[in-house]
Design a protein around this ligand. Structure first.
Ligand SMILES: Nc1ncnc2c1ncn2[C@@H]1O[C@H](COP(=O)(O)OP(=O)(O)OP(=O)(O)O)[C@@H](O)[C@H]1O
Length: 323
């Protein structure tokens, strides 16, 4: 059963064209043009799925997430989230979703995060027992501890990001729209956010739509990806299928006994660093390349693998950007 259903969603922005008129005419009757940010986007997400939503800058990801969370009204098309029409912003809808943006700013700067949590408790009418249980759970999952009681301005970026995430989750949403949740964080903080999302989904069977330019977020959390390019969906399917589909390339990593330079006839993509040789070859050529090296050079170890998932995804995103 779909928790999110989007049918032929389009969202345009009206923007002022600068420089075409001058003086009072420019202010009174500005010339406007239409930017089609998202066009005819359709997809559905089932309960408990984590779907990665990726694409180049300006492809329309944030616009779709804002439409799904009711911040923006679609220009045309239909959206259903948990049986609600998001732009109607019904209270029961808002209590079951969250939108987390990379540039977060819901915590009050001069106060401890705990005070903002209390404000959210009132906004979402969370009962005392539920608030205690949820804050205990979030404190454990996000390792918040003493951080909650220091003024937010004294926190590191990573500590602040974890508090912001917790603040956005106090009402235990069933659907999470996460827009660049690890933006600007160091590796440890990125890991903390990822394992939080994984655990939260497991505990609460939540549904997640996640955008990120850090492809590690996508490959470590999502089993399915939506790729958007120039406002249109370019791919919707399992991550595994994407790899299988594009997976024509093989990467041979060879550990040589000596640092003697290696050459393979007909192969351009060969990098050698001392005794380590890395060769990219087509799937059809890979075994012949391996045989050539084994026959002509002293080899300590050889492995053949597909390209890293990140590479496959990156290529697909670049292709979507050009389409
Ligand atoms: N308020 C706005 N007014 C006019 N145009 C806008 C507005 N917001 C977004 N756009 C345009 O709509 C398009 C899609 O923007 P959007 O922010 O949805 O992309 P994105 O995929 O989230 O990009 P990024 O990865 O850079 O965050 C872009 O061309 C952007 O310039």
């Amino acid at each position: 059963m779909s928790v999110i259903a989007v049918r032929e969603l389009s969202r345009h922005y009206r923007v002022r064209i600068s420089g075409e008129r001058s003086g009072p005419r420019r202010l009174l009757r500005p010339r406007l043009s239409t930017v089609p940010a998202v066009q005819d986007v359709s997809f559905a997400v089932d309960a408990g799925e984590i779907v990665g939503f990726v694409g180049p800058n300006g492809a329309g990801k944030t616009t779709v997430l804002k439409c799904l969370s009711g911040v923006l009204h679609p220009t045309s098309g239909a959206i259903d989230v948990l049986g609600f029409t998001p732009h109607q912003r019904q209270r029961d809808f808002l209590k079951r979703i969250t939108l987390v943006m990379g540039q977060r700013n819901q915590l009050l700067w001069d106060l401890p995060a705990w005070d903002s949590f209390l404000a959210n408790q009132a906004i979402y009418s969370i009962g005392a027992a539920e608030f205690r249980a949820t804050t205990d759970e979030l404190t454990e999952l996000l390792s918040l501890g003493s951080v909650l009681h220091k003024p937010v301005r004294q926190l590191s970026l990573g500590e602040r990001a974890r508090c912001e995430l917790a603040a956005a989750m106090l009402h235990r949403p069933a659907v999470l729209f996460l827009d660049e949740p690890t933006l600007g964080l160091d590796f440890d903080a990125q890991d903390a956010v990822r394992s939080f999302v994984r655990d939260y989904v497991r505990r609460h069977a939540a549904t997640v739509l996640l955008t990120s330019h850090y492809l590690d977020d996508i490959t470590s959390l999502a089993s399915r990806v939506l790729i958007i390019g120039s406002g249109r969906i370019a791919y919707d399917g399992a991550l595994g299928d994407l790899v299988g589909f594009e997976h024509e390339e093989r990467v041979l990593t060879v550990q040589m006994e000596t640092a003697e330079p290696v050459t393979v006839p007909g192969v351009d993509s060969l990098r050698q660093d001392g005794t380590t040789v890395v060769i990219r070859a087509s799937r059809a050529e890979a075994s012949a390349v391996a045989a050539h090296i084994l026959n002509h050079y002293p080899v300590r170890d050889i492995s053949i693998a597909g390209p890293p998932l990140d590479d496959v995804l990156r290529k697909k995103i670049t292709k979507a950007a050009r389409a």
